[in-house]
Design a protein around this ligand. Structure first.
Ligand code: NI
Length: 169
């Protein structure tokens, strides 16, 4: 039988309910949120590695970790398919004293004003600046603008983080 100590992770917030009531409560919650359950089979070694990593990352359940992995996969597919609009953030670090660099970066952002949502500039020290540019558009366009920003002469480091509008996941 299921004692309170045997309840699945995440249900310990309802210790006064017996298992039957917990299951009923879970079902009504799930119906409201459209949650479906499925079984996953995998080798023991793979599962132990998975558990170790998600525990270290702070996940409270395998389900939450698997949901994040699936969302990440879907975002990757959005970028690969190239049809829907996506969001990306480009982070660049550069020396603002590099000749014409500031103007070149500003010019580039004005040229693509339709895709640039906003940018933030931080003065890291006497010479170095960090800029984060938030872009929205088709994956190929966001990637191209990011590539141009990052490859501008004088940019020391740059990276594009590919994410989503969140509308499809
Ligand atoms: Ni600066």
């Amino acid at each position: 039988m299921f004692g309170p100590g045997r309840l699945p992770l995440g249900l310990d917030k309802r210790p006064r309910l017996c298992y039957f009531h917990v299951i009923r409560a879970m079902r009504s919650d799930d119906e409201e949120q459209g949650i479906e359950r499925f079984g996953v089979s995998m080798g023991g070694m793979l599962l132990r590695q998975f558990d170790r990593i998600i525990r270290a990352k702070g996940y409270r359940s395998r389900s939450e970790a698997i949901r994040d992995i699936v969302r990440s996969y879907l975002v990757g597919e959005e970028w690969a398919r190239g049809r829907s609009r996506v969001v990306g953030t480009v982070t660049i670090v550069y020396d603002h004293e590099t000749r014409e660099l500031g103007e070149a970066l500003t010019h580039l952002q004005h040229e693509h004003a339709g895709a640039v949502i906003c940018s933030t500039h931080v003065h890291l020290d006497r010479h170095n600046c960090l800029e984060v540019v938030v872009l929205k558009g088709r994956p190929a366009d966001v990637q191209a603008i990011a590539d141009r920003l990052i490859s501008t002469r004088g940019v020391k480091h740059g990276q594009l983080v590919c994410t989503t509008t969140g509308a499809r996941i």
